[in-house]
Unconditional design. Structure first.
Lengths: 323, 265
């Protein structure tokens, strides 16, 4: 598959994320990959131990990704759900199964550079086996018109002694209307790290995210980090939910949100619950502006307050989850 | 004089008390000028006021930089004139890389990496180990302070205010920092060094003794340091330690005289 076989504006938006698009297409690079162009499968490439299957349905696809027992790959699996149309509906139903003792990273890109009324929905199920090390990173780009409606829902089950990292990033372009729901169920001695970052840039941007971890197994641990900024009328609401439902489990929720400009709204709602007296669940939340000292430090380098704030937002939403 | 303070009084934010009272002194271009004094004497307040932090306003007097009164300029404007400050406890900002942080103050972005690398070399940090790190909790206190210094040097300012650069550092690192200050001075930058530790002040050419908000003396640094010891009643320590091996040392008779003068005053 060559670059000419896939919409250039989608590839360009990926390149803006420092992704090497040469290795991204089937036939290039080492990793497994699945590319979707609106509701058509443009390409699939499997590698040893990773099975990728997709079936087109009227408004999207059903996809199965199976990581066979014991498979370990450094190279990430790339999933690209691209749409270069302004409108339409794209529905994705992925089922991701990581069998026991696997170590894999999945990098998903949802790129809608020209969205203006486009609807993207995902309904995903993740089953992570025992003793796995699994990372799922999803990066969104919705163009500059605030014209997408995006509603992904994911249920993730993480097996015993597994480490699972979930990263969701929506910081470039303008998001539009976004509703995200993530439920992660953690079994015995598993470790969950969930990082969500979003940036609402104008009054057409409304982002609602509920990121939940249910610590169902003994000694399960989790950290949810929700970071957001809203400016010029943008709205962000983040729920960070952690339930400690097993002995000796330990969870923490952290929400940091920055509000800039008139009419912008940030709301953070850490919601924690413990039903076992041997569990420990905590939360912290901060809303508003950056500490004045941070601004002063950057302004002492000659930056204006606006420039300093932009640098701090960029740092806060830094994609430290790149694969 | 590169910087002059004329009859500057700095009140508390609520204007109810005076922190620094009617102080005047000047800082010569190309020199290291230390402001010394015990905790609470107003040294950091003076530093932040010169830098132009919004919560530190003077109620009277003039701050003159390179012949221009800068009383009404904000922090950004003062920085753009060539003043900068290295904080006592610089912030740790998750997600902000060392290279990005240092680059912020570099106006001419040509050969940026080379400029960043040079500034890290000046503060004795190996660039390849630090360029891609973040200025977060993974850095030790000493590393963070060196990076702060590198960021100020990279700006090529005319005046660097160093607010207690030695705080929290052990003796060996402090010695290294003194060498770094000498290197910075050779780059034709003027340093205003805020400290309450005598040994780090020994790199200074000139000094000002600040005591409970008042300037007691501005002179060559050893003389200022001697007066500081006299006010603090540290005669034996002063004779045994402070001026023991210094080229500009004073004999015991001179030290005794200064101490007598201080006691009688």
């Amino acid at each position: 598959m060559t670059n000419g076989d896939y919409p250039n504006d989608i590839l360009q938006s990926l390149e803006d994320y420092n992704i090497n698009i040469r290795d991204f297409l089937p036939g290039h690079g080492k990793g497994a990959k699945l590319l979707l162009n609106f509701n058509k499968i443009s390409g699939i490439e499997q590698v040893d131990g990773i099975i990728l299957k997709g079936r087109e349905i009227p408004n999207g696809i059903v996809a199965d990704i199976v990581i066979k027992e014991g498979t370990k790959h450094e190279e990430p699996v790339h999933l690209c759900f691209g749409v270069n149309k302004e409108t339409g509906i794209q529905e994705i139903f992925p089922r991701i199964i990581a069998e026991d003792n696997t170590e894999v990273k999945i990098q998903a890109h949802c790129s809608f550079p020209n969205a203006n009324g486009l609807i993207h929905k995902m309904f995903g199920h993740f089953y992570i086996g025992k003793n796995c090390n699994f990372t799922y990173s999803e990066t969104h780009y919705h163009g500059e018109n605030s014209g997408a409606l995006v509603a992904p829902v994911a249920y993730m089950y993480v097996g015993e002694n597994s480490v699972f990292e979930n990263n969701f990033t929506l910081t470039r372009g303008t998001p539009g209307k976004v509703k995200i729901l993530i439920d992660i169920y953690a079994l015995d001695n598993s470790v969950i790290r969930s990082n969500v970052k979003a940036y609402g840039k104008n009054k057409n941007d409304s982002i609602r995210i509920r990121d939940s971890v249910f610590l169902e197994g003994e000694y399960a641990r989790s950290v949810i980090k929700l970071k957001a900024a809203a400016k010029d009328g943008g709205e962000v609401l983040m729920y960070g939910v952690t339930e400690g439902n097993a002995p000796h489990c330990n969870g923490h929720v952290e929400c940091s949100e920055i509000v800039l400009g008139k009419g912008s709204i940030c709301r953070a709602r850490p919601f924690i619950r413990a039903i076992d007296p041997r569990s420990s669940i905590s939360h912290e939340a901060s809303l508003g502006r950056f500490p004045q000292k941070w601004l002063d430090e950057l302004m002492a380098r000659g930056l204006s307050e606006v420039e300093a704030t932009d640098i701090l937002i960029e740092a806060m939403l830094q994609e430290d989850t790149k694969l | 004089m590169l910087l002059e303070l004329k009859n500057v009084t700095i009140p508390t934010f609520d204007q109810k008390c005076v922190i620094v009272n009617n102080v005047s002194f000047g800082v010569k271009e190309g020199s290291i000028h230390a402001i010394i004094g015990p905790n609470g004497s107003g040294k950091s307040t003076l530093a932040y006021t010169i830098m132009g932090l919004s919560t530190y306003k003077i109620s009277q007097g003039q701050i003159i930089f390179d012949g221009r009164e800068i009383n009404n300029l904000g922090i950004t404007e003062r920085a753009r004139l060539g003043i900068t400050l290295a904080w006592q406890e610089p912030a740790r900002i998750e997600g902000l890389s060392v290279s990005k942080y240092i680059s912020l103050g570099i106006k001419d972005k040509a050969n940026l990496k080379e400029k960043i690398t040079d500034s890290l070399n000046i503060v004795n940090l190996e660039p390849e180990k630090y360029l891609n790190r973040y200025i977060d909790e993974t850095l030790s206190g000493g590393e963070r302070k060196r990076i702060e210094l590198a960021a100020t040097v990279a700006m090529k300012p005319r005046l660097i205010i160093l607010d207690e650069p030695d705080s929290g550092l052990d003796v060996i690192i402090t010695e290294d920092f003194m060498n770094i200050f000498e290197k910075i001075k050779k780059l034709n930058m003027t340093i205003l060094l805020i400290t309450h530790r005598e040994e780090i002040g020994m790199v200074a050419d000139y000094g000002t003794l600040l005591w409970r908000g008042d300037v007691i003396l501005t002179d060559e640094f050893p003389k200022v340091m001697l007066r500081y010891c006299a006010k603090a009643g540290l005669k034996e320590w002063c004779k045994r330690t402070l001026f023991k091996n210094e080229a500009a040392c004073f004999d015991d008779d001179y030290i005794d005289r200064i101490f007598r003068e201080e006691e009688s005053s």
